[in-house]
Each structure stands twice: as structure tokens, then as C-alpha cells.
Write a protein that binds this ligand. Sequence first.
Ligand SMILES: *Cc1c(COP(=O)(O)O)cnc(C)c1O
Length: 403
Amino acid sequence: MPDDMRRQGFETLAIHAGQEPERTTGAVVVPIFQTSTFAQEAVGKHKGYEYARTGNPTRHALETCLAALEAGEWGLAFASGMAATDAVAHLLSSGDHVVMGDDVYGGTYRLFARVFDRLGVTLTAVDMRDPRTVRRALRKRTRIVWIETPTNPMLKVVDIAAVTGLARKAGAISIVDNTFASPYLQQPLRLGADLVLHSTTKYIGGHSDVVGGMIVGVSEDLRDRLAFIQNAAGGVPGPLDAWLVLRGAKTLAVRMDRHSANGQAIAEWLIDHPRVTAVNYPGLPSHHGHDLARRQMRAFGGMLSFELKGGEAAAKRMAARTRIFALAESLGGVESLIEVPLAMTHGSVRGTKLAPPPGLVRLSVGLESLEDLIADLARAIGSGDPSGPKASRPRPGALASRV
Ligand SMILES: *Cc1c(COP(=O)(O)O)cnc(C)c1O
């Protein structure tokens, strides 16, 4: 990263890193270079681009921008979060071992457990809240320690500095899937991680209109190996998708502030609701990881989950009754979403010890008016009282919560 970029604030980098006015026309916005190849003046004499799988200026702008936002030296963009994960998995050889959190994104677990297992990669999944369980899981052939925090859907918080420190001592690469927090709330490279991974489909894209992935790091050696895999395997995003993610990134800071404020207010409202038995949100002082989250995160984000009295049936009934919260998988967009993990995103772990509680409802809290969001939840949960929900407005002061 150039030195002047190193001194700039997050919001400035989001709007300008990798995004100088375009040289031939002065266009302020990076153009969508919708081309598969680039003309050469003479054989091998070109302006840095030859063939668009290997490199494309729109994608390059995105890679530069996200590297800056994660305080990294380089970024590599992929066609999806899973394509980025697949590239990292390709660093492994047969006989290598991976340690990961026991509630990482289901697709991440599936890729290692059901695709790379056939290639001889072994896997141990542990609850990473206690770093000692990670230490016990490490083996001589452990090459990757895969961290996700906060986790999905239980919002467990993992001590990034402690776990990445253990990985380093064991000679393993540590990687943090930072999709839930985004680089605005948490910067794992500063806490010792070797790599950060994103599904840019979520908060960085931010508008539920594109699927993408990103890896950011510092080490030149890892960059060379992963750039080789990116080009050799070819899981790159097209220029329009790279452009959409880049446009989303410009407003990440202001969006995350509001996602966090709305998330905090809704968590505080839910915890007082008589039909709610538990609320998982790291911004609540009662949350197991609250102090740790305060240390390693700027604010607590827009993801939360809670348990309803009445189990899965009550959760499904509620999720079908909201009008503003759309019943849908995915997360991180401007619009609020609701889902029942056991019946939807986490259906594949039903019946295992990794299954979420049956009455669990997950919210991706969006950017609509807080009053409307709370009224929508109140109506959908119901109170059993025919005169209607008793709490349909946020408590005074709820909007002033820490962000
Ligand atoms: C969605 C998601 C992924 C996978 O990303 P895709 O863009 O859907 O391929 C990985 N990790 C987390 C935490 C996610 O939420």
C-alpha cells in the first residue's frame, strides 16, 4: 500500500483507494471494463493487462480498495465467497489437517468435509470460544486454522489475537472469515491473522444484488500462491460484479453504523419481550463475548438471533408473519431479512450436535426506520393479547445506544 494511503481514514479509503479518476477520460467512477482481452503494441508489450481472467482494471480497483480497508497489502477478488474459500483450500496437500470453528458458515464446512476430504485433507471442528480447545486440536500437519467471528447463527465471539497466535506457533496459516463484521467493525490482520476472507455478497456489496468473494493478506508468498490459484482455477468475478461490490464498499462505514445502531436497539427490545427466552447479540452486556467484542470490534453489527417460546413451530409462524423483514436466506443488505436457521440455512446440520436451537430466529437487521422494524417484529411475535402487541415502539433512548 502506498504511504499516503496508509495515513488515510477508513471512509476516505473506501471511496478513493484504487479509484483515481480514469486516465483517458477523467471519469470519476471506475469504468466497467467489459472486455475479455487487451491489445498489445508488440508481443509482450502491454499496459499491465493481457487476458481478463488474469487481470481486469475494474477487478483490480476492487482488490486495491478492499486490501486498504482490511489494512492488508493485497487483495484477490473471486466470483463468490465460496470460490475464495476454495482458493484457500487449494493451498493444502493430501495429508494436511484443518482446524475450524464448529459453527462456521455451512458452505465452508461442506467444502472441507465433503470435497477436500476426498483429496485427503482432514478436519477438526471445535468451539473456538475457548482458545485451549484450539490448542488441543492442533496437529503436526495442521496447515490452516479457520476462524469465523461473530459466528452464524449463535453470534459466538472468538478471540482473534489468541487463536491466530496459537496458529502461528504451530506453523499454520490463520484465516478469519470477516463477512459478518466487515472491515469497518473488525480488522483481523491487525490482530495477527495471515488472511481475511469475505463473502462480498453480504455487507461489503450491501445491496443484495451481487455475489462475490475476496481474500486479503500481507505476505507476498501467500499472495503469489493464491494469485496463481486464482488464475489457474479461474474463479474470478466479471467486471460488472466487481463494480457493484466496489460501489457498495463506498458506503460501508455509514451503513455499518446504522446496521449496528438498529441491531443494538432491536436486541435490547427483544430481551424484554415475554415470548423471547434468549437473545444472541454481542452488544448486550449479558452476552458471553461482550467484553471481547468491545476490544476487537468497533461496534456489534446488524446480525442477531433469538429464541422464541414454542420452538420451531413458533419460529416458523413468526418468520412467515413479518411484512418488512423478508423471509429469506443471506444477510448484510440494506433490507431486513428474517429466517429460521434450523429449517433454512442450517437444515443440513439438523439432528447433529451442531444443530441450532429449534426456536431460533435469525435477523439481518437492515436500514429501514427502526420504529417500523420493531413494530413489524412486535406484530409478528404477537403477545397472546387480543388488544395487540404491548411494545410496538422502541424504548426512549434505544436509538442512543453505543455504535
Ligand atoms: C455467505 C457466506 C459465505 C459464502 O459466500 P457466497 O458469496 O455465498 O459464496 C461464507 N462465509 C460467510 C460467513 C457467509 O455468510
